[in-house]
Design a protein around this ligand. Structure first.
Ligand code: ASP
Ligand code: MG
Length: 461
C-alpha cells in the first residue's frame, strides 16, 4: 500500500491511512487462503515537503542562510505537530528525538552549503530524502500506537540503487536481498513494514533518490521484489478518467486498463501515475490499483498487463491543447531520399520535440507543443522546403485495446466525430490508439461525441 503526499499530509490524513491499513488486514484475514502477511506500507513525504527541502538547497546556494533556517523551522514545527498522531507517548518520544536530530543535521548541512554556495546532486539527495525518512518513521509509530504493529524500515538499507543522484535506478538483485533482510522478517512475524518511498542508497551507503514522484516507483520495486499479490497506489482522486473533466461533462472512472493503454494516456497528462514507474510490477504480472484515500468505497482503477476482452473496446480519450501544426513541403524533387533526415535534424538542432507525424508523398506534417523556436526552424527548413504553420490546434488520442481486435472500430470512431474537420490522422502499428489533430475550438464537440458514443456508460458496464 503506497500513500502519496496528500494521504500523509496531516494528522487526519494519517488517521485515514491507519483505517485503510486496518481494513486491508481485516479483509485479508477473512479471505479464505488469504495471505495473512502484510501489507507493506510505502509513504511519500508530507505533501509539499520535498519542494521545500529542495528549495532549501536553492536558498543555501544563494547564501540566504536566514531564509533557509526560517524554512527549516517551519518544517520542523509541522513534523512535530503531525507526530501528535502517535497517541502513545512512549512511541512518540523516540520519533520526536529522531526528528529533532534530523533537523539539527539539516541546519548544519544548510550552513555548510551556504559557505560552498554550490549544491551537488549528492547533497540534494541527502536533503530531499529527509522528507520520506521522517514521514515513514511517523507513520510506523502511528500505526503501532493504533494497535497495528509496524516496523520502520530504513529505505536507505532496503532499496539499493546506482549512483545517479536525483534519478537513481534500482538494482533489483541487491534490492531483493536487502528487502529479504529488512522487510521480510517483520512480515514473517505479522508486523507491517513501513518505508519511505523515493529514497534509496548505493551499495556503499550513499543516499540517493529515484527522481521526483518516485514513491510510486518505490512501491512497484518493493512489490515486485517481495512478490506482492497486489500494489495499491492510494492518492486523492478516484482513478484514471475516461476523459478530461474540464472538457467533457460526464467522465467516468476507468475500472480496468492494460499497461499499454496506460502508457498511451500518460503523455496527455492523465497524470495520476506515470506508467513507466509501475513497470517492475507489470513485468512480474502484479496488478496495480489506483485508489482514493478520501473515498475508499470508490472502486478505483486497476492496471494489469492485459485486460479482459469483454470490457469496453475503448478505454479513454485524451487530448492536448495549444499545439501547432507545421506543414513542410519539399521544394526539391518529391521527397528525395534524405529529406526526412534533414527535416528532423532542423527540429533537433532547435531542441524542439515533435509529437504527431503524418506524411504524404509531398508534404510532412508534424505537431509541436513548444513553438518558441519555430521561426528559427522555418528559417532552417527554408533551404529545401516550403513551410506553413497552423496554431491553436489540439491532438486527440483515442485509446483502447479493442482497436487492435476490431478493424471496423477505428472507422466508427472517426465517423462519430462527424463534421469536425481533421488536419492530421495517424494510427501506429500497435493499433492501440487513433490520434488526430483538430482545431482547439472543436475539441469539446469532438470529445463529447466520442465520449457519448463509446465511453459514457463505461462504469455501468
Ligand atoms: N516526495 C517525492 C516528490 O515529491 C516523491 C513522491 O512523492 O512520489 O517528488
Ligand atoms: Mg507525489
Amino acid at each position: 500500500m503506497k500513500f502519496g503526499g496528500t494521504s500523509v499530509a496531516d494528522q487526519p490524513a494519517i488517521e485515514r491511512l491507519i483505517a485503510l491499513v486496518r481494513a486491508e488486514r481485516q479483509a485479508e484475514a477473512q479471505k479464505e487462503g488469504g495471505d495473512a502477511r502484510g501489507p507493506v506500507v510505502v509513504v511519500s513525504a508530507l505533501s509539499g515537503v520535498t519542494d521545500r527541502l529542495l528549495g532549501l538547497a536553492a536558498l543555501a546556494a544563494s547564501g540566504d542562510v536566514e531564509g533557509a533556517r526560517a524554512s527549516l523551522q517551519d518544517l520542523r514545527a509541522r513534523h512535530v505537530k503531525v507526530s501528535e498522531v502517535i497517541r502513545d507517548a512512549a512511541l512518540r518520544e523516540p520519533v520526536l528525538d529522531s526528528l529533532n536530530r534530523a533537523f539539527d543535521e539539516l541546519e548544519r548541512v544548510v550552513s555548510a552549503l551556504a559557505v560552498l554556495q554550490e549544491v551537488s546532486g549528492r547533497w540534494m539527495d541527502a536533503l530531499a530524502a529527509t522528507g520520506e525518512i521522517l514521514s515513514s518513521q511517523i507513520v510506523a509509530a502511528a500505526l503501532t500506537s493504533h494497535k497495528l504493529l509496524a516496523t520502520y524500515v530504513d529505505a536507505r538499507k532496503a532499496v539499493v540503487t546506482d549512483a545517479e543522484h536525483m534519478a537513481a535506478a534500482p538494482l533489483f538483485e541487491e534490492t531483493t536481498a536487502a528487502l529479504m533482510a529488512h522487510a521480510d522478517p517483520p512480515l514473517a512475524v505479522g508486523r507491517i513494514p513501513v518505508l519511505g518511498g523515493f529514497v534509496g542508497a548505493t551499495a556503499g551507503g550513499i543516499t540517493t533518490t529515484l527522481g521526483r514522484g518516485g514513491s510510486d516507483y518505490s512501491a512497484a520495486i518493493v512489490g515486485a521484489c517481495l512478490g506482492a499479490a497486489e500494489i495499491q497506489i492510494w492518492t486523492d482522486v478516484d482513478g484514471m478518467l475516461t476523459a478530461d473533466p474540464r472538457i467533457v461533462k460526464n467522465p467516468q472512472v476507468v475500472p480496468h486498463l492494460s499497461f499499454a493503454e496506460a502508457s498511451e494516456l500518460a503523455y496527455f497528462g492523465a497524470k495520476v501515475l506515470h506508467p513507466s514507474t509501475i513497470q517492475p510490477a507489470v513485468s512480474r504480472n502484479i496488478p496495480v490499483r489506483i485508489l482514493n484515500s478520501h473515498r475508499a468505497q470508490a472502486r478505483g482503477t486497476l492496471i494489469t498487463g492485459e485486460r479482459p476482452k469483454a470490457d469496453r473496446p475503448l478505454t479513454a480519450v485524451a487530448s492536448k491543447k495549444g499545439v501547432t501544426v507545421v506543414n513542410i513541403t519539399s521544394t526539391r524533387m518529391l521527397m528525395a531520399h534524405g529529406f526526412l533526415r534533414r527535416l528532423f535534424e532542423v527540429f533537433e538542432r532547435f531542441k524542439t520535440s515533435v509529437d504527431v507525424v503524418t506524411t504524404s508523398e509531398v508534404t510532412v506534417s508534424v505537431t509541436i507543443d513548444d513553438a518558441r523556436r519555430l521561426p528559427a526552424i522555418v528559417e532552417g527548413l527554408s533551404g529545401f522546403a516550403q513551410v506553413d504553420r497552423e496554431d491553436h490546434m489540439a491532438i486527440v488520442c483515442v485509446v483502447g485495446d479493442g482497436l487492435h481486435e476490431d478493424a471496423a472500430l477505428a472507422a466508427q470512431v472517426l465517423a462519430s466525430v462527424g463534421d469536425v474537420p481533421m488536419r492530421m490522422l495517424s494510427q501506429a502499428a500497435s493499433r492501440r490508439n487513433i490520434t488526430f489533430v483538430i482545431r482547439e475550438s472543436d475539441l469539446p464537440t469532438a470529445l463529447g461525441r466520442i465520449h457519448d458514443k463509446f465511453l459514457a456508460a463505461v462504469s455501468a458496464a
